[in-house]
Design a protein around this ligand. Structure first.
Ligand SMILES: [Fe+2]
Ligand SMILES: [Fe+2]
Length: 300
């Protein structure tokens, strides 16, 4: 039995004294600080909950861990360093750690220019199929075992306007995804396609243009070429899953592992004949599984 933990949107932050003006720029500072302050109450115990993921994955004998981004609030060097240190202990499972950035990890242009996420998280961005890398280092492909692969695409980008937080999977990555899915080593495996942005909201509707994935339909169209593929995402701070017409597997939003009152994760269990997703929640002290709410990952 292969067990994979999927968590997201832990939104750790550094003290405001560590917020460099050069990162944010005076015009944005007020808005950024306002946003961060409003979020702070929700993520007050974020570090404690991230630390609790370690005993959880040990108890569940998890062999691979996936995080779908939004490690930070503002994507500063200090926040990314804190976030990396917080998750480091989760990265030593037998089949490793696979991840993508969220929009908060590339909140400002300087974060992208300096390739901060790619620097702090470099150890987790190598691909087992480097011949398909089209938008360095994406797509990251990981052959977990003979039966399962994970493909990571980056959909996060800075948004110059404060009120916008939309994402896009660049065309070069979509084209590369189509080529990867046609590769026999991927076509024969069960696939988890991971990215930060959601395909749909919790109510099944498209996300708002200012908040959603602008080319969700294009991504789903390419993903639908594969016969056993599920999509994993973060960004929306609710834990949920749904089907999509044409897609062979379900879509799983991990929500946030640290958002007070809504903490959630997914645990995926796969053996030869079965693939089941079990939602996990925070009970105030530790993460626990809701086995009664399990769903099949691929097909009905
Ligand atoms: Fe988030
Ligand atoms: Fe996000």
């Amino acid at each position: 039995m292969l067990r994979i933990l999927h968590f997201s949107d832990i939104h750790l932050r550094a003290p405001y004294s560590a917020l460099p003006l050069s990162d944010i720029g005076p015009k944005r500072l007020l808005g950024a600080a306002n946003l961060a302050l409003r979020r702070e109450a929700h993520f007050r115990e974020a570090s404690r909950k991230v630390a609790a993921l370690l005993p959880f994955i040990e108890a569940q004998d998890v062999e691979a861990v996936i995080c779908t981004g939004d490690y930070t609030a503002l994507g500063t060097q200090e926040e990314l360093r804190i976030a990396h240190d917080a998750i480091e202990k989760l990265t030593h499972r037998r089949h490793g750690f696979i991840t993508v950035p969220g929009n908060h990890d590339v909140y400002v242009n300087s974060a992208v220019r300096e390739r901060r996420f790619e620097t702090h998280f470099a150890a987790f961005l190598h691909s087992d199929l480097p011949e398909y890398v089209a938008d360095k280092p994406w797509p990251v492909v990981r052959l977990i075992n003979d039966d399962v692969a994970v493909i990571a695409l980056n959909s996060a980008r800075p948004n110059p306007q404060l009120w916008r937080s939309s994402g896009i999977v660049p065309q070069a990555q979509l084209d590369a995804l189509a080529r990867v899915l046609a590769d026999e080593r991927i076509a024969s495996r069960r696939v988890f396609l991971i990215t930060h942005y959601a395909m749909r909201r919790r109510d099944g509707k498209y996300d708002h243009p200012w908040h959603g994935l602008t080319n969700a339909d294009a991504l789903v169209a390419v993903a639908s070429q594969h016969s056993r593929l599920a999509i994993l995402h973060g960004h929306i701070h609710w834990t949920y899953s749904h089907t999509l017409h044409g897609l062979s597997g379900r879509v799983f939003g991990a929500g946030s592992a640290t958002f007070a009152g809504r903490e959630g994760v997914w645990l995926y269990e796969l053996d030869e004949g079965r693939a089941t997703a079990i939602p996990g929640r925070w009970n105030g002290d530790c993460f626990v599984l809701d086995h009664g709410k399990s769903v099949a990952i691929f097909g009905a």
